[in-house]
Design a protein around this ligand. Structure first.
Ligand code: ATP
Length: 406
């Protein structure tokens, strides 16, 4: 432990009564100078003491947290089924055991029936798991305000128009649908090759309509939560209802909604259950409030046709690979903030990038920038784009690492 530094001596003022007024003034001046010096020293000591105090406080804080983590035993997950006068009725996950248990008054105030909670060995409720931190919800991405706008999307004007008609309008003008007497379309399915802007489209509508964007990948449902897919789908729709108005985006929907096969492996049965849950959630959609469903797939051919019945995904929107004009716009968007040399011809690049997706064009721009940096330049030249294009094309033929990191 470091010892506290000694305090500076206190300056003394002994005025001889014999002194002339001038001498007195001089002595007082000297004294004042000494006082200032001591003050500065003390100030310095105070500052370093404060600094040390902050350091120690941080250390205490860290140790306390470590201590808490070490002390806290793992908890079991349960659902609070009912709040009763003499406790909470919980149902433990896994074994479905129902227990009437205790909860602290302060925690009880925040609890509602249906909440998921953490319980200890003696079943006492320790904490409430909010949907965002709930392990199940971690596979879902909640974005209260995504920052993609329609202007950020290149070459998909007609797709944007359709998505606006089917998703944006019902969210913004639900009264109009009621007045005309028709149900708004409940779901939109975007299909097309990877990296063409499907997720961007969904995010942009959420942004432009100012609603929450909730995303989940179908593959997560299948791979990460074996045996739990159906439940997760229910959770997903519940989460959306809690955040309404919301756009629910299910990416890679083919993972849970592929055509039924004859094989009877348990994995397939699980995927089937997940899809049945999805269909039933979609059928009961109208009662859920302001939620719109957007799903996306790269494998439209694989989808179970049951998904495409009226009332489910009643709009199918194809998001194709960009054409020349689309590519030009996408390159413009992704190079907008870049410092381009005069000779850079984006129009020509659009002509040379046939077959590249929006995501690959975005990589092309980043990659060109990287070449300029490697060359110690701050402007990006046409040659950088050419070299980047070769790299992106190579990568396209031998996919592996994302282009920007290859
Ligand atoms: P996947 O099917 O692989 O999920 P996706 O179609 O959902 O892909 P996005 O995630 O929307 O593709 O696009 C990935 C990235 O590629 C975007 O973040 C963006 O940088 C770029 N991009 C793709 N399409 C476009 C586009 N039309 N305009 C501008 N940028 C685009």
């Amino acid at each position: 432990m470091s010892r506290s530094p000694s305090l500076p001596d206190r300056p003394r003022l002994d005025l001889d009564p014999e002194l002339t007024p001038e001498e007195r003034l001089e002595a007082l001046r000297d004294h004042y100078g000494d006082v200032l010096q001591v003050n500065a020293k003390l100030q310095q000591q105070l500052e370093s003491a404060q600094h040390r105090q902050t350091e120690l406080e941080e250390r205490v804080d860290r140790l306390e947290r470590e201590n808490e983590t070490l002390k806290s035993a793992s908890m079991y997950v349960a659902t609070a089924e009912e709040l009763l006068d003499d406790g909470v009725l919980i149902k433990q996950h896994g074994n479905n055991q129902e227990v009437l248990t205790e909860v602290s008054p302060s925690l009880r105030k925040t609890l509602e029936a249906g909440d998921r909670v953490g319980i200890d060995d003696s079943f006492a409720v320790q904490t409430r798991l909010d949907p965002e931190t709930d392990a199940r919800a971690q596979a879902m991405e909640i974005d209260e305000s995504p920052d993609v706008t329609y202007e950020d999307i290149g070459g998909l004007e007609s797709q944007i128009r359709e998505v606006r008609e089917t998703v944006e309008q019902p969210l913004l003008e639900s009264g109009q649908f009621e007045a005309v007497g028709i149900d708004p379309p409940s779901g939109v399915l975007l299909h097309g090759p990877p990296g063409t802007g499907k997720t961007m489209l969904a995010k942009a509508v959420a942004n432009e309509t100012d609603v929450t964007f909730i995303k989940m990948a179908g593959s997560e449902l299948v791979h990460k939560f074996i045996g739990e897919g159906a439940r997760l789908v229910r959770d997903l729709f519940e989460l959306a209802a809690e955040h309404e108005p919301a756009i629910l985006f299910i990416d890679e929907i083919d993972a849970i909604a592929a055509k039924r096969t004859d094989s009877k492996t348990s994995g397939d049965a699980e995927v089937q259950r997940t899809m049945m849950q999805l269909l039933s959630e979609m059928d009961g959609f109208e009662d859920r409030g302001d939620i719109r469903l957007i799903a996306a797939t790269n494998r439209f051919d694989m989808l179970d046709r049951a998904l495409l019945r009226p009332g489910r995904f009643d709009r199918l929107i194809e998001v194709p690979e960009p054409d020349r004009e689309g590519r030009h716009r996408i390159i413009e968007i992704h190079t907008e903030a870049m410092n381009l040399a005069d000779g850079v011809d984006l129009e020509a690049l659009a002509g040379d990038t046939d077959g590249l997706s929006g995501a690959e064009l975005a990589s092309l721009a980043t990659e060109a920038g990287m070449f300029a940096i490697r060359d110690d330049r701050t402007t990006v030249e046409m040659a950088d784009f050419r070299t980047a294009l070769e790299k992106v094309r190579d990568e396209d033929e031998a996919p592996g690492l994302p282009v920007a990191f290859a």
